[in-house]
Design a binder for this molecule. Structure first.
Ligand code: ADP
Ligand code: MG
Length: 560
């Protein structure tokens, strides 16, 4: 080995390693899934790169992953003939965490094992999970197409630094040797490894092979390789032949998650456009859900060839939590992100997948418990929908859940249809109040008259709510009305006598109103007698078309 260099891990890697080793002990078998998943991804990437340059295969085009073990030495080796890495790739991929927001994420970790295990799951452990079971990890790799002398060896004990050197390597691709910790030697076992491959990697379309050694009569040993997983792209199989466990296992590979998904939807479309989609709703939000450059989008395949991760063009932003695969027969294998943005076929697939996504949520909503857990994780993202996707706003609105004076609880679990079913006779509108927090909304003086009359009001207090209501002015033909804005018209819920009485009392108070107007002249537009209030003496009301408090604050924050 030459050019040996010792480098330190990025601080965040050290933190991750430390936490992972301590909090993922009971999940430690996932290391194999992560490493096989990376090996399969590397094969996918080579297949894609070789589309334009066959020579990259170096006469070794049968893509595969191999797993070997040595019980005596206490090692497990995972090997692929995929794309491989050069020295720079190795330093950045196996020495840093490139995702933005990582440092902020690390700060959230508490040191409490169970909590952190969950958070780390949201983050995705990847390659570094090797150190859950190994006290030393050696990676040997060469990028396909590079000179044989440009191989790289990386070695680390996971304690803050790694060494890297240049080696001669005749095959392209990557080999990872785990030197198992003394309490993890159970993994250097044929049956154990096989069952883990079947459990976690059955669904990937690259064969995972393990060797069997046989000795014949003359004492000569031969090694034969057996494919352990099913090695067929899951989405290609007919739905009826796929078990729930297979769907769940595949999700974990696609989404880099290790909790089960909440639900999924698998569809094959034939006709003018031909494509297959397999969409999943995760059960937990990823840490970068609200980051502008957070990972989102589907894995794109064209005729079963992997093209790219995170293809964002197939779903709207408000469904960015959806994970999965789209495999098209109509796109070119040479498609790029730029081409995707302009291709009208992509636009049609996107609008169809949007419908699928919304239908999947509608189905999920039939199980209120699951839907509630979906809503807690992703509700605020879905609320971006009516503003982003005018055509589907009614459909999206039916999927929204709110707090309301019906329960007076902070849990958002009431749908607009629930509200409508409870509307009083003569009520024509859907009422809501927006405030900075749930308690402020619940105790708003604007609600007094509504409570008195038994009219339900939606209690909105998420940051996004005002933006949402700006775009959701109507649902099911009923106007949505902010109870804090403009003149209050309770429609037929008020009878003539009441209206009469209000007009009379307004007349009586003309003098008082006049004096208040003069006193407050520079600070308010108008002073009026109101029947909004039953207990409070006065309240501030916004004109009908005025920007609300939340929007004002947002605009101010944006320097407007
Ligand atoms: P992720 O797979 O989510 O990107 P990982 O931590 O698992 O994160 O891997 C980090 C990166 O290291 C990968 O994105 C890939 O670029 C590289 N890598 C890991 N394993 C391999 C491999 N077997 N062959 C080629 N590249 C790999
Ligand atoms: Mg990975």
């Amino acid at each position: 080995a030459t050019d040996e260099q010792t480098l330190g891990f990025q601080t965040e890697v050290k933190q991750l390693l430390n936490l992972m080793i301590h909090s993922l002990y009971s999940n430690r078998e996932i290391f194999l899934r992560e490493l096989v998943s990376n090996a399969a991804d590397a094969c996918d990437k080579l297949r894609y790169a070789a589309l334009n340059n066959d020579a990259l295969y170096e006469n070794d085009a049968e893509l595969r992953v191999e797993i070997e073990h040595d019980a005596e030495a206490g090692t497990v080796t995972i090997r692929d003939n995929g794309i491989g890495m050069n020295r720079d790739d190795v330093i950045s991929n196996l020495g840093t965490i490139a995702r933005s927001g990582t440092a902020e994420f690390m700060q959230q970790l508490s040191g409490e094992q169970q909590k952190d295990a969950k958070l780390i799951g949201q983050f995705g452990v990847g390659f570094y999970s090797a150190f859950i079971v190994a006290d030393e990890v050696t990676v040997r790799t060469r990028k396909a197409g590079d000179e044989l002398g440009e191989g790289v060896e990386w070695q680390s004990r996971g304690e803050g630094e790694f060494t890297i050197s240049t080696i001669e390597r005749d095959r392209h691709g990557t080999e990872i040797v785990l030197s198992l910790k003394s309490d993890a030697t159970e993994f250097a076992d044929d049956q154990r490894l096989k069952s883990l491959v079947r459990k976690y990697s059955d669904h990937i379309d690259i064969p995972v092979r393990m060797p069997t050694t046989q000795e014949d009569e003359s004492g000569e040993t031969t090694v034969s390789w057996e494919t352990v997983n099913e090695a067929q792209a899951l989405w290609v199989k007919p739905k009826s032949e796929i078990s729930d466990d297979e769907y769940k296992g595949f999700y974990k590979h696609v989404a880099h998650d290790f909790t089960d998904p909440l639900t999924w939807s698998h569809n094959k479309v034939e006709g003018k456009l031909e494509y297959t989609s397999l969409l999943y709703v995760p059960s937990r939000a990823p840490f970068d859900l609200y980051q502008r450059d957070g990972a989102r989008g589907l894995k794109l395949y064209v005729q079963r060839v992997f093209i790219m991760d995170d293809a964002e063009q197939f779903l709207p932003l408000y469904l960015r939590f959806v994970k999965g695969v789209v495999d098209s027969n109509d796109l070119s294998l040479n498609v790029s992100r730029e081409i995707l943005q302009q291709d009208p076929k992509v636009e049609s697939i996107k609008s169809a997948l949007t419908k699928r996504g919304l239908d999947m949520l509608k189905k999920l909503a039939k199980d209120p418990e699951s839907y509630q857990s979906f809503w807690t994780q992703f509700g605020e993202v879905l609320k971006e929908g009516p503003g982003e996707d005018y055509a589907n706003r009614e459909k999206i609105a039916s999927l929204l859940r709110f707090s309301s004076t019906h329960t007076d609880a902070a849990t958002q679990d009431q749908s607009l249809d629930d509200y409508i079913a409870r509307m009083k006779e003569g009520q024509q509108k859907i009422y809501y109040v927006i405030a900075d927090g749930f308690n402020a909304a619940k105790n708003s003086p604007h609600l007094e008259i509504f409570r008195k009359k038994g009219l339900e009001v939606l209690l909105l207090s998420d940051r996004i709510d005002e933006w949402l209501m700006n775009h959701l002015t109507e649902y099911d033909g009923k106007q949505m009305v902010d109870v804090a804005k403009g003149d209050l018209d309770l429609g037929d819920v008020e009878d003539e006598a009441e209206k009469q009485a209000q007009q009379e009392s307004a007349k009586e108070k003309e003098g008082l109103v006049g004096r208040l107007k003069t006193t407050l002249e520079s600070r308010v537009q108008d002073v009026r007698v109101t029947h909004r209030l039953t207990d409070s003496p006065a309240c501030v009301v916004l004109p009908e078309h005025e920007m609300g408090y939340q929007m004002r604050r947002l605009m101010e924050a944006a320097g407007q």
